[in-house]
Every structure is written in structure tokens, then in C-alpha cells.
Write a protein that binds this ligand. Structure first.
Ligand SMILES: CC(C)(COP(=O)(O)OP(=O)(O)OC[C@H]1O[C@@H](n2cnc3c(N)ncnc32)[C@H](O)[C@@H]1OP(=O)(O)O)[C@@H](O)C(=O)NCCC(=O)NCCS
Length: 373
């Protein structure tokens, strides 16, 4: 995959950022200068959110205050709860979050950019509540209480999903996953948020647009598609045959390849380690070996590596998270990166409006309606 990519703005420098580096020398990832491995091993997600939003790692007092603030923002207004209840059961939860974001933008509008940090924290705290309120209402017929005492976004999410606080292993695993997904420079959804922010639109519009971009299977939606692929095979042998056949038919294998990384996605080794650990915990003898086989075939056949979405699929699955909630978890994390980019765009704004190479017809003579065949 060393060839130069063309189309889709590949390789185009579309702006400047202080927030993140992706794929320096084909491999690395940093958030505000910190290596992703240091953050994944040592930080908690709230520290990373603070780092992205405030440009520095919090000290102990700042972190405690930030956790308390997020905890205090988990409750949902009754109008929003009613809106979530009226969204059909078979709606994709990404659409639920897009709508929930818009409804909150109506109820608690950002009327001045001075409110942007509060709007960002509110969405960070409320996205898991919205998602799981809707999920539990439609899946179990329960109107759950979305305020919990959990200190972390990860603990809050798993608590609301399973009706009980999670084990430390599961809480830390989801926490790490949220760190890995938090930020990724000018990816499609972040760029969408910046384009919207650059028109001087409001915060919720920028985030609703970003959710729409993240939903697609070439972006965040890949983790759900990867799970569906992995579950299709009942053994590594079946996966080997099946994936080779898919490649022969030139089908895309979701969870592989990347626009910017050329050799490896640094997030993959962390996800793979967590997947192996959880596979041991649940006594899995199928999904993890199938995943490893798909990863090997993709490298042998296409020199394509697993991206962040491939092993995160089985990580979530092993924690009892339904597949249709996978991409929404990405939202619950990436809201931090999107917010940081909206702040950055607004701080030095210029309308984003590129040009296009015209490939249509030359000037034509006008034909009145009555004379058209
Ligand atoms: C991420 C992705 C959109 C990047 O696309 P891109 O930068 O435009 O890369 P290209 O589409 O130019 O890929 C180059 C070649 O590799 C192939 N390829 C790339 N990803 C592939 C995949 N996951 N499965 C099979 N083939 C793949 C392409 O078909 C293309 O082949 P060609 O040269 O014969 O036409 C692409 O790799 C993809 O669709 N991956 C699957 C979706 C996914 O996992 N998305 C999450 C990204 S984090």
C-alpha cells in the first residue's frame, strides 16, 4: 500500500491544527504532543477529554472538578426523553444521536460562542444517557434514570446498558477504547464539523453534521460491519476461505486499510490486546481466532492492516454490547476531538470553500418548456 493515493483530497493539506498528528512516518498518533500509547496505558478518558479541550493534562484538582461537572450533566430534559421515546425502535442509534444532538440544541441553544465549552461538556456527558435511554426504552420497555454515581463516562455507559456497575476490567477496557477513538486530525467527520463551524454556525449543528459523516461504513460505521463479518464465520478455516473469496470478488473488508496510515494503525495493537484478554475471560474459541485469521489473510493478500475498527468490534461484543451500539460509542468518544476542532476553527476562522474542476458540458442554448421533447 505504499503507492500515492489520489482523489478524495488524499494528501491535501486542508488547514492547520495544534491538536493531533496522524501517521507521521506512516504509523504514529499523538494528541497535543502525547503519544497514544502513553495515553492508552496511563490516562483515563476524562484526562484525555480535558487535554483535548483545554490544551493541557489536568492536575488532580482539575480532573476531580471535570469529572464532577460531567457527572452533573447526565440528566436529560423531559422533552428530550419524550423525543427519544417517539423515535421508532428500528431506527439506527446513530440517527438517534443525531436527532438527540439537534433536540438538545433546540432546548439548550448555544447563543454565544462563549458557551461553547459548556455545550461540548453537556454533549460529552449526555450522549451515553441519550443513547441508552432510547435503547433501554425500546429494548426493555424501561424508562431508566440516566444520572449515575459512576466517576467515568465508560462506567456510566456500561452501568446504564447492563443495569449494574461494570467490573474494573470492563470499565478500564471501554475507557481505553474511548481514549483511542477520541481524536484523529482531519478525518471525514471532524472535517465536516470544521466546515460547518467555519460558516459561524452553532455548536450543535457542527456536531450533528459530524455524526452524519461518522455513520458511514467507510468511516465509523466500519466497526459494526467488521463485527457482522467476523460473526459470519464459525471457524478460522471458514474465515480463510470466505475472505479469500470476498477479495477475489473485489469486496471491501471492513476494518482494514486507512487513508493516512501506510504500515500500521497504532491503535490496533491496543485493541487486539484487549480483545485477546476479553476472549479469555468469556472463554471464546471462535471470534478471536477468526479475527486473527482475517487479519493474517488481509496482510498476505493485500498488505492491508487492521485499523481501529477491527478489533474494537470483538472488544465491545465480549462486553455484551449490541453491535448496533458500536458506532454510537465512537460518537461518545469523538465528541471530544470534534469539540476541540470546533474551538480551534473558531479561534482563527476562515470560511472553508474549496474550488472544483468543472467536467460538465459547455454553455447550452435555453429551450422553453413547451419546446422540450
Ligand atoms: C479506509 C478506506 C476508506 C481508505 O480508502 P482510500 O484511502 O481511498 O484507499 P483506496 O480505496 O484508494 O484503497 C487502495 C486499494 O486498496 C483496496 N482496499 C482498501 N481498503 C480495503 C479493504 N478494507 N478491503 C479490501 N480492499 C481494500 C482498494 O480497493 C484499492 O484497491 P485498487 O487499488 O485495486 O482499487 C479504505 O481502506 C476502506 O474502505 N476500508 C474499509 C472501511 C474501513 O475500515 N473504514 C474505517 C477506516 S478507519
Amino acid at each position: 500500500m505504499g503507492r500515492n493515493k489520489t482523489g478524495g483530497l488524499a494528501g491535501v493539506i486542508a488547514g492547520r491544527t495544534d491538536i493531533c498528528t496522524v501517521g507521521k512516518e506512516g504509523a504514529g498518533l499523538t494528541y497535543r504532543g502525547y503519544d497514544i500509547y502513553d495515553l492508552a496505558d496511563n490516562a483515563c478518558f476524562e484526562e484525555v477529554a480535558h487535554l483535548l479541550h483545554h490544551d493541557h493534562l489536568p492536575n488532580a484538582g482539575e480532573l476531580a472538578a471535570y469529572r464532577d461537572k460531567l457527572k452533573s450533566l447526565r440528566a436529560l430534559p423531559s422533552v428530550l426523553r419524550q423525543a427519544l421515546e417517539s423515535i421508532p425502535t428500528d431506527t439506527h442509534p446513530m440517527d438517534v444521536l443525531r436527532t438527540g444532538c439537534s433536540v438538545l440544541g433546540n432546548l439548550e441553544p448555544e447563543t454565544d460562542f462563549a458557551q461553547q465549552r459548556d455545550a461540548a461538556d453537556r454533549l460529552l456527558a449526555a450522549f451515553p444517557s441519550m443513547l441508552l435511554y432510547w435503547h433501554r426504552f425500546h429494548a426493555d420497555g424501561r424508562r431508566i434514570e440516566t444520572s449515575t454515581d459512576d466517576d467515568s463516562v465508560a462506567g456510566h455507559f456500561l452501568h446504564l446498558l447492563h443495569d449494574a456497575p461494570p467490573s474494573e476490567l470492563h470499565r478500564r477496557t471501554l475507557d481505553t477504547s474511548l481514549i483511542l477513538y477520541a481524536e484523529h486530525e482531519f478525518n471525514a467527520s471532524t472535517f465536516t464539523a470544521r466546515v460547518i463551524a467555519a460558516t459561524l454556525s452553532d455548536f450543535h449543528s457542527a456536531i450533528a453534521g459530524a455524526i452524519g459523516a461518522l455513520r458511514g461504513p467507510l468511516h465509523g460505521g466500519a466497526n459494526e460491519a467488521a463485527m457482522e463479518l467476523i460473526e459470519r464465520f464459525d471457524s478460522p478455516e471458514a474465515a480463510e476461505t470466505g475472505v479469500r473469496e470476498m477479495l477475489a470478488r473485489k469486496e471491501l473488508i471492513m476494518g482494514f486499510g486507512h487513508r493516512v496510515y501506510t504500515r500500521v494503525d497504532p491503535r490496533n495493537s491496543v485493541n487486539k490486546r484487549m480483545s485477546r484478554r476479553l476472549a479469555e475471560e468469556v472463554g471464546d474459541e471462535r471470534l478471536y481466532p477468526v479475527s486473527e485469521t482475517i487479519e493474517r489473510i488481509m496482510w498476505e493478500e493485500k498488505r492491508l492492516f487492521a485499523n481501529a475498527d477491527f478489533y474494537s468490534a470483538s472488544v465491545y461484543h465480549f462486553m455484551g454490547i449490541p453491535t448496533y451500539l458500536f458506532t454510537p460509542i465512537f460518537v461518545c468518544s469523538r465528541i471530544t476531538g470534534w469539540s476541540a476542532h470546533v474551538f480551534e476553527q473558531r479561534a482563527d476562522n476562515k470560511l472553508i470553500r474549496p474550488g472544483a474542476e468543472y467536467t460538465g458540458p459547455g454553455l447550452k442554448a435555453w429551450v422553453p418548456l413547451a419546446e422540450r421533447g
